[in-house]
Design a protein around this ligand. Structure first.
Ligand code: 6R9
Length: 649
């Protein structure tokens, strides 16, 4: 099937959606021609304590970079997600929590969630947490994780959620960077029938911290697991909230006060603390959630991400709750206890909208018809994907199996940095092409540029940039504003550089071709090759290492590692295992390499730069397409690497 197959907007959508195709074009034009007026209006979807008079104050110029939205307005994000729904919708379900084991679920109303958040907010205050403090959240997918995020927002503390799959070393690095003095965790988590160690990881991380001293660890005693306890530092979540009042006045925050930090990988060095602020971020998360999912109150909406990633922030927590939605929070994994789990959850809870990563779709697709055989899936009306390009085969399978051929699929392209969806279909307005994230959302001005920064017109392929700001844009790299400027605004003058490549077809549809920088996307998780390499060379046996991605059927990209050992070390299976374990402990299981190849030397230019292009070709088994290797300092290493690869296979 050609990837240009067009799926027109289904009739039911064209008639009943918030917007049809003509509406989209009209509103899009307005959002660009009168950006200030458009966003002035959209900001009103939130409740402001002091209404803004200023809307947009932005410059992308490298020497005058500033990004401010609604700057003189004040609000509280948690009030917008909770309090304002209480009068008319207090009893409707805010969070539908689905446990790891089948048959276990819980519905939490807006009223209950509000009370839980207030109690923890008061509890955090009693521990001395103040406005502007950074609170680390390292939690399983349980309702307390959402409560913790919202409680921070309520008192003006800045949360830094760290994915519970990260190692103590990675957690410590993030706590240090944020100078975080308090962590919220659970004794353990459950995922796919296994227990996940959390509190012990926090203990180890706290001991590793160099830049901060963590004086409080709040622990949800969620499972029966016994964990070591330090009475001077550890604090039982249940006891803490039991003593608290269930009302807590929300802190008045400026629109530009920080809401959260979320660490993400870049092409160089250690992970960056992406900082998002309050008013603009919530406006954008709420607006995109409503329009991208064509969301109506009362519908059950399931974003199957983890709160450790930005998708969980914007589309499990902030966007849906700002809109008074019922958001499903699932503790487990898509294939536990078996591959029918996702379909069973949809049927059991009559879920209308499913938003999930291509890697999960591909993993289920590998099981043929089994994941949806015998399921009704009658309640579903819309599907979505996020995190990586979806190949047309997986798109078609998703459409046919879960979508029963009639549910549209919104393929949403965005980034931790963008706060919300940027290129995306709107289900009532956009005819779909499998594999394309289609068109820009309101207020978004994408462009393609060549390597010299020249804007390409019409059908073209190039570097994806954004020409103007939108309210959900990140504001800085926490603690390192220069890195923010260098990373995003220095490659192409006056433009935000996404790090992605894309193609635009004759219909103006965008097709993301993947990262053009040294960032891998493994099962939708971002990983910098530099981060992996610096962890590898920190191992006592390693002299040098280079990491590249290669095409992987399920994960999208796999991790391929070339290692040169110190001269007194010998390659062996045992060494391979040791390096694999090392990466898992330095970063986490998501950094487990797929291939480790011993490299007597690496292909370098005369100036010492590793030519990754060559390493990528070898890893992809495209040794006949290496291109020009004459600029290498020692071209003979290439043949050694090719021979080494053959020996591996
Ligand atoms: C939301 C999220 C961002 C990177 C991004 C791009 C890739 C995300 C995509 C997609 C193709 C899509 N990406 N969505 N590529 N189509 N629909 O994933 O944020 O973890 O920061 O990753 O993911 O390469 O630059 P984040």
């Amino acid at each position: 099937m050609s990837r240009e197959t067009l799926h027109p907007v289904p009739e039911a959508y064209a008639e009943q959606s918030l917007l049809n195709e003509a509406d989209y074009f009209e509103l899009y034009r307005r959002s660009i021609d009168d950006s200030e007026g458009f966003w002035r209006e959209q900001g009103r979807r939130l409740d402001w304590i002091k209404p803004y008079t200023q809307v947009k104050d932005v410059s992308f110029a490298k020497d005058d970079l500033h990004i401010r939205w609604y700057a003189d307005g004040t609000l509280n994000v948690s009030s917008n997600c909770l309090d304002r729904h209480l009068v008319e919708h207090g009893d409707s379900t805010a969070i539908l929590w689905v446990g790891d084991e089948p048959g276990i679920s819980r519905e939490i109303s807006y009223r209950e969630l509000h009370a839980d958040v207030c109690r923890l907010a008061n509890g955090l205050k009693s521990l001395g947490v103040r406005k502007g403090d950074v609170v680390t959240i390292y939690m399983p997918m349980i309702p307390e994780a959402a409560v913790a995020m919202l409680a921070c927002a309520r008192i003006g503390a800045v949360h830094s959620v760290v994915f519970a799959g990260f190692s103590p070393e990675a957690l410590a690095g993030r706590m240090d960077d944020g100078k975080s003095r308090i962590a919220i965790t659970a004794n353990a988590g459950k995922r796919g029938g296994k227990s996940v160690v959390l509190k012990e990881n926090v203990d180890r991380a706290v001991a590793l911290c160099r830049e901060t001293s963590v004086d409080k660890v709040v622990v949800v005693n969620y499972t029966d697991d016994e964990v070591p306890w330090n009475p001077a530092r550890d604090c039982d979540y249940g006891e803490l909230v039991a003593q608290q009042n269930d009302d807590c006045e929300a802190e008045e925050m400026s629109a530009e006060d920080p809401l959260f930090i979320l660490y993400t990988s870049g092409s160089t060095g250690k992970p960056k603390g992406v900082l998002h602020t309050s008013g603009g971020y919530l406006t954008y998360a709420s607006l995109t959630h409503e329009y991208v999912f064509d969301y109506r109150r009362g519908e059950r909406y399931w974003c199957a991400a983890d709160i450790g990633w930005v998708t969980g922030h914007s589309y499990i927590i902030y966007g849906p709750l700002a809109n008074g939605a019922t958001t499903v929070m699932y503790e487990g994994v898509p294939n536990y206890p078996d591959v029918t789990r996702v379909a069973q959850i949809i049927d059991e809870h009559k879920i209308e909208i499913l938003y999930i990563a291509p890697t999960a779709i591909r993993a289920l697709m590998a099981e043929g018809d089994r994941p949806t055989a015998g399921a009704s899936l009658e309640s579903l009306r819309l599907l979505g994907t996020v995190g990586e390009p979806i190949n047309p085969e997986a798109w078609n399978w998703y459409h046919r199996s879960f979508g029963r051929g009639h549910c549209p699929i919104v393929d949403t392209w965005w980034q931790t940095e963008t706060g919300g969806a940027m290129l995306t279909p709107l289900p009532g307005a956009t005819a779909l092409k499998p594999g394309s994230a289609t068109r820009p959302f309101f207020g978004v001005r994408p462009a393609l540029v060549d390597n010299g920064g020249n804007i390409l017109e019409g059908a073209a392929e190039g570097n994806l940039v954004l020409l103007d700001s939108w309210p959900g844009q990140m504001r800085t790299v926490f603690g390192d504003h220069q890195r923010f400027i260098d990373t995003y605004f220095s490659t192409f003058e006056g433009m935000y550089f996404t790090g992605d490549g894309a193609r635009r077809d004759a219909d103006g549809y965008y097709w993301i071709t993947g990262r053009v920088d040294d960032v891998l996307n493994v099962s939708g998780h971002r990983m910098g090759t530099a981060e992996l390499e610096s962890a590898l060379v920190a191992h006592e046996a390693v002299a040098e290492a280079a990491v590249v991605g290669f095409p992987h059927e399920i994960k999208g990209q796999g991790i391929y590692i070339y290692v040169t050992l110190n001269s007194d070390r010998e390659p062996s299976e045992e060494m391979r295992r040791a390096l694999r374990d090392w990466l898992r402990s330095e970063i986490g299981p998501i950094a487990t390499p797929d291939v480790i190849q011993w490299a007597p030397g690496l292909p370098k230019t005369r100036s010492g730069k590793i030519m990754r292009r060559i390493l990528r070709k070898i890893a992809a088994d495209e040794c006949d397409q290496l291109g020009d290797i004459s600029t290498l300092a020692d071209p003979s290493v290439v043949q050694q690497l090719i021979d080494g690869r053959v020996a591996l296979a």
